[in-house]
Design a protein around this ligand. Structure first.
Ligand code: CA
Length: 232
């Protein structure tokens, strides 16, 4: 089980030697480190696993770092991203910041410099999180947004980033009818086009996790005409 006392950093980079050095240094600093060797795997990990910060190389096999960054931001995933650029990739730097990277560092870089920036971005992310309630409970479910944990009857549940975002949105709009389109806009963003069926599938999974009887939900209600109402 994920130990939230440790912040988890995902490195998306194909240069194995660089990653080995980074992993060693970051572990020494008390971080948990995960590694993806290409853009596709990196994107999947960032979406499906709990991550506090991403170190993202631009030149990657299968899907480049800019594309990974763009996809994450389009899905409203707000994990801090520090891009790695090589000398001469000035344009990528600018594009990276435009599409939502928080910072960049040019190779070769000093590890102390990188560590300082990681600390600064993690601190800032923690400040931003204070805008939502740290802990929210309904029925036998307790959501600990600060530590990215959901418990039901005291037992910890596995939640993906997207599921967490959906719950957060529901809680911010509890009692209101939320149309599927609202989710598409607010969680997936205007520029990606999941089908309404995608939303329904996520809701189905959420219900299985938090409802006593998913076939007769008492928290995530279906609204006639195509939407949902959260009443927890
Ligand atoms: Ca690379």
């Amino acid at each position: 089980m994920y130990n939230k006392m440790k912040k988890k950093i995902l490195i998306i980079e194909d240069e194995e030697d660089l990653v080995k050095g980074l992993k060693l240094n970051l572990s020494d600093e008390g971080y948990e480190v995960d590694w993806a060797v290409n853009g596709v795997e990196g994107l999947r990990k960032a979406l499906e696993e709990i991550t506090d910060l991403i170190i993202l190389d631009i030149m990657l096999p299968e899907m480049d770092g800019l594309e990974v960054c763009r996809e994450l931001r389009q899905k409203n995933i707000a994990i801090p991203i520090i891009m790695l650029t090589a000398k001469g990739e000035e344009i990528d730097k600018v594009v990276g910041l435009e599409i939502g990277a928080d910072d960049y560092i040019t190779k070769p870089f000093s590890i102390r410099e990188l560590l300082a920036r990681i600390k600064a971005h993690l601190r800032r992310a923690e400040r931003d999180e204070k805008a939502v309630p740290k802990v929210y409970s309904f029925g036998d479910v307790e959501i600990d947004f600060a530590n990215f944990k959901v418990r039901r009857k005291g037992k910890e549940l596995d939640f993906t980033s997207i599921e967490m975002e959906i719950l957060k949105y529901f809680i911010a709009h509890r009692g209101e009818v939320v149309a599927r389109d609202d989710f598409l806009d607010k969680i997936w963003g205007y520029e990606s086009y999941p089908t309404t069926r995608t939303i329904d599938n996520h809701i189905l999974k959420l219900r299985k996790k938090i409802e006593e009887n998913p076939a007769h939900p008492q928290y995530i209600l279906s609204v006639y005409g195509g939407g949902y109402r959260f009443v927890g």
